[in-house]
Design a protein around this ligand. Structure first.
Ligand code: NAI
Length: 333
C-alpha cells in the first residue's frame, strides 16, 4: 500500500489548515480540507478518500464508520488525544484503523486549567473591565492565597501530572486519585487518596481523566454533596464528566463556589464556531453563563503554538505510518 494517501480533513479551521500545510512536506499525503464537522449529515462528502482526519466533536458512530468504509476509507487519524467520540468497537469490527495524538502538549491543557483557577480566584477578567471604565474599586475582587490550599487532581496521566507539578510549585497540598498512580508524582510529594477523601478534603478539584462509561457524570449531585462548601471545580477534560444540571443546582446552593469549564457536555453544536449572531437554545449552557462565579472557555486548553505544531506533525506521521502499513503505538487497536 505505497500509493499516495488522499485524506479528507474535517473540522479544519484556518489555523489547522495553516499548521498542517506548514508541516506537510510529504508528496504522498494529499490533504483536502472541510470546515464542517464529520457527522451522519456530512459523511456523504467523503468519496475517493483513503483516510479521514477528525477532531474532538466529529461524530464517529457506527453509522458514520460504516459509511466511511463503504466510501473506501481505511483509516481515521484523530488530531486529538481523547477518543470518546469514536465507536472503537465499530471501527474494529468494520475494519478501519484509528490513530490519535496522545501527548502533543500536556502542559498546554494543564496551564489552561491553572489559568481558569487564577482567573476565578483573583477575578482578573472583572478587574480588566473595571479598570478600562475607570473603576478602581476593589470591592468584590478579593481572592485567596493558593499556597497552603488543598488541590484535588482526578486523573494523573500526562496532563494531570503536569497540572499537579504546577500546583505543587504554588505551594499547594496536592491530593490525587487515579486507578493507576504515577510513582514519579508520588515521589514529588503528592498523596494518592481514595476519591471520597479527595472530594471532602479539596478546596479546588480539577478533572484530568478521560471520558469513559465509568467516568460519565463522575461529578453529579451525589459526588458534589461530598465536597467542601464553596469548592472550586475545574473541567478541562471532557464535558460529560460533569452533569451540567447538577452543577447549576450546586452553584445555586453555594456548594460550588467557582466553576471553570473549558469543555461542556453538549459543546458539539456550539464550540469552535462564531455563534455571536445566533440565539443559543441550550438553556443549561445559557444559565451557566449568568453566574458571576463561572468561566467558560470554548475548548481552547490545547490551543497553543507548540501543541498545534505537534498535532500536525504527529497526525502526518500517523498517516504516513498507515500508508506504509507499519505498526504504530498511536494506533488505538
Ligand atoms: P492520559 O491517558 O495520559 O491520562 C489519563 C489518566 O486518567 C490515566 O492516568 C488514567 O489511569 C486515568 N484514569 C482513567 N480512569 C480514571 C478514573 N475513573 N478516575 C481517575 N483517573 C482515571 O490522558 P491525558 O493526555 O492526560 O488527557 C486527559 C484528558 O484530557 C483526555 O482524555 C482528554 O479528554 C482531555 N484533553 C482535553 C484537552 C483540551 O483542549 N481541553 C486537550 C487534550 C486532552
Amino acid at each position: 500500500m505505497n500509493s499516495p494517501l488522499n485524506v479528507a480533513v474535517f473540522s479544519s479551521k484556518p489555523y489547522d489548515k495553516r499548521t498542517l500545510l506548514k508541516h506537510d512536506n510529504n508528496p504522498n499525503i494529499q490533504l483536502t480540507f472541510f470546515e464542517s464537522r464529520l457527522s451522519e449529515e456530512t459523511v456523504s462528502l467523503v468519496s475517493q478518500f483513503d483516510a479521514v482526519s477528525c477532531f474532538v466533536n466529529d461524530q464517529l458512530n457506527h453509522k458514520v464508520i460504516k459509511a466511511l468504509k463503504a466510501a473506501g476509507v481505511n483509516a481515521i487519524a484523530l488530531r486529538c488525544a481523547g477518543y470518546n467520540n469514536v465507536d472503537l468497537n465499530a471501527a474494529k469490527e468494520i475494519g478501519i484503523k484509528v490513530y490519535h495524538v496522545p501527548d502533543y502538549s500536556p502542559t498546554s491543557v494543564a496551564e489552561h486549567a491553572v489559568a481558569l483557577i487564577l482567573t476565578l480566584n483573583r477575578k482578573t477578567h472583572k478587574a480588566y473591565q473595571r479598570v478600562k471604565e475607570g473603576n478602581f474599586a476593589l470591592e468584590g475582587l478579593m481572592g485567596f492565597n493558593l499556597a497552603g490550599k488543598t488541590v484535588g487532581c482526578i486523573g494523573t496521566g500526562r496532563i494531570g501530572l503536569a497540572f499537579a507539578k504546577i500546583m505543587l510549585g504554588f505551594g499547594c497540598n496536592v491530593l490525587c486519585y487515579d486507578p493507576e498512580p504515577d510513582p514519579e508524582l508520588h515521589s514529588l510529594g503528592v498523596s494518592y487518596v481514595a476519591l471520597e477523601e479527595l472530594y471532602c478534603q479539596s478546596d479546588i478539584i480539577s478533572l484530568h481523566c478521560p471520558l469513559t462509561k465509568a467516568t460519565h457524570h463522575l461529578i453529579d449531585t451525589a459526588s458534589l454533596q461530598k465536597m467542601k462548601d464553596g469548592v472550586m471545580l475545574i473541567n478541562t477534560s471532557r464535558g460529560a464528566l460533569v452533569n451540567a444540571q447538577s452543577a447549576v443546582k450546586a452553584l445555586y446552593d453555594g456548594k460550588i463556589g467557582a466553576l471553570g469549564l473549558d469543555v461542556y457536555e453538549d459543546e458539539g453544536s456550539l464550540f469552535f464556531e462564531d455563534m455571536s449572531e445566533q440565539i443559543i437554545l441550550d438553556s443549561v449552557f445559557q444559565l451557566l453563563l449568568t453566574f458571576p462565579n463561572v468561566i467558560v472557555t470554548g475548548h481552547q486548553g490545547y490551543f497553543t503554538d507548540i501543541a498545534l505544531d505537534h498535532i500536525a506533525e504527529t497526525t502526518l506521521e500517523n498517516l504516513e505510518t498507515h500508508r506504509l502499513n507499519q505498526p504504530s503505538e498511536r494506533q488505538l487497536f
